[in-house]
Design a protein around this ligand. Structure first.
Ligand code: NAP
Length: 484
């Protein structure tokens, strides 16, 4: 790979401030999903290496938490500056291992960096409270302190941002941090470590353990008594299992899990804006984001016009290697994911759906799926309940506002929802009625570092980003001063 800063392409884990091979010497290949070729082989670490990372994090925690918040903020600010200075190389690495088009990778690097910048600023604002005295000769204070060593497990679809959204607040709060990135995308995580080291993050404060044995590594991160908080982004079934594992030591837990986002389009919507929004939300990262539109719900009066415009847009996508600047949609992460997506399409077609466009493995190869649109779909089809995680858009029809909202809420997930209408009363009614952690009215580009990102129901626990994002990494201590 041709990078300006070749040191960003790493093959070893970063543990306790050292670049290390796995104890067994084993490695695993990181593949480019656009070409199927191996980019590099990376250290295959397991439980023993993870335990060493956790011990080092525990040792480093003592000194890191006692640095002034301003010193920690300065180090984080340097890390932010270095990430932005290396944005292009980091984007190239991301596109190579994850497949998203370069334009989106550049965007993710800026998004990832923004969490480091934001939490560098928030480090100086972890205010406590002075509580009015209940008894005259006492004073009552609440202070906030770092929770301790943090364990993290992150997914492949946002290889950088899902790490910085956790590491930013953890380090800002004074915690140390051990992360296992997804085995499809360890390179972005390791490149962040190179820059963290250069920024002055002390040894042991940040470790990234790469490995294929996710169960063994995950067991250490969820069960070690040295770890006081565990944070996970990934699928709901794995998240549920990891919550159970964390129960053994009663860790503080945050979870960013799966979604099943509806996009509701009402008869009174601005059609152009609604189509543009639904396309952007559905097909970003080839449909592989937790807040991607999973179900497009369109009111009967505007349905045909919406489908016509939507299909025209879908036909304009150019599928290919995301490193090619003219490509607008990259590959799907694995051939297995392509086959899972295709099974959902086949299930719908067998039950009577009309496949209007796409919906097959592309001639480009087993990693590529032709973006699909399905009509004549109903709530018995699997993709009404299941996360598609691919470039497939089922367009459902509803009649009344109440019916549309009921369909939107008919899921155990509750991460993000969107709707389009020009009626101010409806904006309030529907905005309040949707059972989701995040709702966009006439907007799908809803995320940035300043907002509380997170889900309700089985989509998760806790919030990332925003002024609330520090809370998960802090404990509140009550201090009572007597004899005043
Ligand atoms: P996944 O299969 O749950 O994997 C996520 C991470 O968990 C990977 O690092 C994986 O490691 C690890 N893992 C898997 N099984 C494990 C186990 N038994 N113990 C410990 N770690 C384990 O999810 P994914 O397919 O990578 O990611 C897609 C999912 O993430 C979707 O459901 C999406 O909605 C969700 N997501 C949610 C958010 C959010 O903010 N709510 C954001 C992005 C993605 P290996 O790679 O080594 O298997």
């Amino acid at each position: 790979m041709n990078l300006k800063n070749q040191s960003l392409l790493c093959s070893k884990s970063y543990i306790a401030g050292q670049w290390v091979a796995g104890d067994s010497g084993a490695t695993f290949p990181v593949l480019n999903p656009a070409t199927g070729e191996t980019i590099i082989h990376v250290a295959d670490c397991g439980a023993a290496e993870t335990e060493r990372a956790v011990s080092a994090a525990d040792e480093a925690f003592g000194a890191w938490k006692t640095l002034s918040c301003k010193v920690r903020a300065d180090i984080l600010r340097s890390w932010y500056n270095l990430i932005m200075a290396n944005q292009e190389d980091l984007a190239q690495i991301m596109t190579a291992e994850q497949g998203k088009v370069l334009f989106e990778s550049r965007g993710e690097i800026a998004y990832a960096a923004s969490f480091i910048e934001w939490f560098a600023e928030e480090a100086k604002r972890t205010y406590g409270d002075v509580i009015p005295e209940a008894i005259n000769n006492r004073r009552q204070i609440a202070i906030k302190q770092p929770v301790g060593v943090v364990g993290a497990v992150t997914p492949w679809n946002f290889p950088s941002a899902m790490i910085t959204r956790k590491a930013g607040p953890a380090l800002a709060a004074g915690c140390s941090f051990v992360c296992k990135p997804a085995s499809e995308t360890p390179l972005s995580a390791l490149a962040l470590c190179v820059l963290a080291e250069e920024a002055g993050v002390p040894k042991g404060v940040l470790s990234v353990v790469t490995g294929k044995s996710s169960r063994a590594i995950g067991a250490v991160l969820t069960e070690s008594p040295l770890i006081k908080k565990f944070t996970f982004t990934g699928s709901t079934p794995v998240g549920k299992q990891l919550i159970k594992q964390c129960a053994s030591t009663v860790k503080k837990v945050s979870m960013e899990l799966g979604g099943n986002a509806p996009v509701l389009v009402f008869d009174d919507a601005d059609l152009e804006a609604a189509v543009a929004g639904a396309i952007a939300s559905k097909y970003r990262n080839a449909g592989q984001t937790c807040i991607c539109a999973n179900r497009i719900l369109v009111q009967a009066g505007i349905y045909d016009a919406f489908v016509e415009k939507f299909v025209t847009e879908v036909k304009a996508f150019k599928l290919g290697d995301g490193a090619n600047e003219t490509v607008t949609m990259g590959p799907v992460i694995t051939p297995k994911a392509v086959s899972d997506i295709h099974n959902l399409v086949e299930d719908a077609v067998e039950r009577g759906a009309n496949l209007v466009v796409g919906g097959q493995v592309s001639d480009l190869g087993e990693y590529f799926y032709e973006p699909a649109v399905l009509t004549n779909v109903d709530t018995n089809m699997r993709f009404f309940k299941e996360e598609i995680f691919g470039p497939v858009a089922p367009i459902f029809r509803f009649d009344s506002e109440a019916e549309g909202v009921a369909m939107a809420n008919d899921t155990e997930f509750g991460l993000a929802a969107y709707f389009y209408t020009q009626d101010m009363g409806r904006i309030w009614r529907v905005g309040e009625a949707l059972e989701y952690g995040m709702v966009g009215a006439n907007e799908v580009g809803i995320t940035n570092e300043m907002i509380p990102f997170g889900g309700i129901k089985e989509s998760g626990l806790g919030r990332e980003g925003s002024k609330y994002g520090m809370d998960d990494y802090l404990e509140i201590k009550y201090l009572c001063l007597g004899g005043i």
